[in-house]
Ligand binder design. Structure first.
Ligand code: NPQ
Ligand code: MG
Length: 368
């Protein structure tokens, strides 16, 4: 396959409500969209999940765009004719940049699968045609606002609630949600690295709430610290930020740092590496679930394909379009009885709505 042109669009989409985590508050989503066109005229799409500012990961929108333009695309152009399966190997000399690499690989894979008439779900090894969905709930402005928001998601049918926590917003809100909605609610928490090795006693207090898991309580590099915590508390520890490759996943499992894994394809360089993590975890008896990065429909479609693999046994952060956006870049994904359908068309199976993308575009660039 030969790529004739890369198109980059930066779009700004307003969020339906501010999303507060331990690392900041987002009120709109800046998204870098990637469109590739092959020499035969087949188009592929992906979105880069990096945020505007390097708060969740070291990557950020402007940096990803520069990395792709300056290093990654020239490396691909030097090879000229390649398959999507070759992209990771071609780009390997350039360190890090998982989100930038994932966006390019996914757009190229989408074009390849459209040309071959195969859906991404089938290509990755999906065994389900719909996936069970959870929702991530930001740090609220008050206890009342929290209960109102969680109530509305439960009423919409979400099968699992994830509360964002940070020091000062942990024990009390979790207790209130557990008491309000009862013992059967699937409930988990995500700290986005907000705690340290000195907070283990505080985190142990959450054991009484029978949580499904605690996600990434301490810093990304401290995998041993997570293993120590996992021995100290009964709530299962689930790594997110720390898992940057299948190799790290294998090691983290082996030392007992993670008994469940949040898989985000963009955090590990793409869907092909994500399937490797799925397989490593499956072989070790470790369940996985699909994370979310406030993707628009383009990224959401691809995540749903991945979440349809057999070891994705817990509901993911693959929420409906309406959780984040009033207007999505594709036809909206809707929650039906707690599930979202996995797209079945070739490639990611959805197309951007031209008029919507144009309306929210703030800049466009092309690279041949
Ligand atoms: C997580 N996502 O699991 C992330 C973190 C996150 C759904 O909780 C803009 C772009 C804002 C990406 C906020 C969820 C974000 C973002 C939070 C990702 O850790
Ligand atoms: Mg997380």
């Amino acid at each position: 396959m030969k790529i004739a042109e890369y198109e980059f669009r930066i779009i700004h989409l307003p969020l339906v409500r501010p999303f507060r985590t331990s690392f900041g508050t987002q009120t709109s989503r800046e998204v870098l969209m990637v469109k590739v066109t092959t020499a035969e005229g087949v188009v592929g799409w992906a979105e880069c999940v990096a945020m505007s500012v390097p708060l969740y990961s070291p990557e950020y929108v402007a940096g990803c765009l520069e990395t792709m333009q300056k290093f990654l695309i020239p490396a691909l152009n030097k090879i000229g004719d390649f398959r999507a399966e070759d992209v990771a190997t071609i780009l390997k000399p350039y360190l890090g940049a998982q989100m930038a690499k994932a966006a390019l690989e996914t757009a190229i894979l989408d074009a390849q699968l459209r040309a071959d008439g195969i859906s991404l779900a089938k290509y990755l090894g999906a065994t389900k045609n719909k996936v069970e969905c959870g929702v991530s709930v930001g740090i609220a402005s008050s206890m009342g606002a929290l209960i109102e928001e969680v109530s509305s998601y439960i009423d919409s049918g979400y099968r699992r609630i994830k509360l964002k926590i940070e020091p000062g917003w942990d024990y009390e809100p979790v207790k209130l949600v557990r008491e309000t909605f009862g013992p059967d609610l699937l409930l988990q928490v995500d700290a986005n690295t907000a705690y340290t090795r000195d907070d283990f006693d505080l985190l142990k207090r959450l054991d009484e709430f029978n949580l499904l898991l605690i996600e990434q309580p301490i810093e990304e590099e401290d995998i041993l610290g997570h293993a120590r915590l996992a021995e100290y508390i009964t709530t299962p520890v689930c790594l997110d930020e720390s898992i940057v490759s299948a190799g790290v996943a294998r090691d983290a499992i082996e030392i007992g740092a993670t008994s469940i894994i949040n898989i985000k394809p963009a955090r590990v360089g793409g869907y092909i590496e994500a399937v490797k993590i799925h397989n490593v975890a499956q072989a070790a008896g470790i369940p996985v679930w699909c994370g979310g990065m406030l993707e628009t429909g383009i990224g959401r479609a691809a995540n749903l394909a991945l979440a349809a693999l057999p070891n994705f046994t817990l509901p993911g952060d693959t929420s409906a379009s309406a959780r984040y956006f009033e207007t999505d870049t594709t036809e909206p994904f809707v929650l039906v009885d707690g599930h979202i359908d996995v797209p079945t068309g070739p490639g990611i199976g959805v197309d951007p709505i031209r008029e919507v993308v144009d309306r929210f575009t703030v800049s466009t660039e092309w690279v041949k």
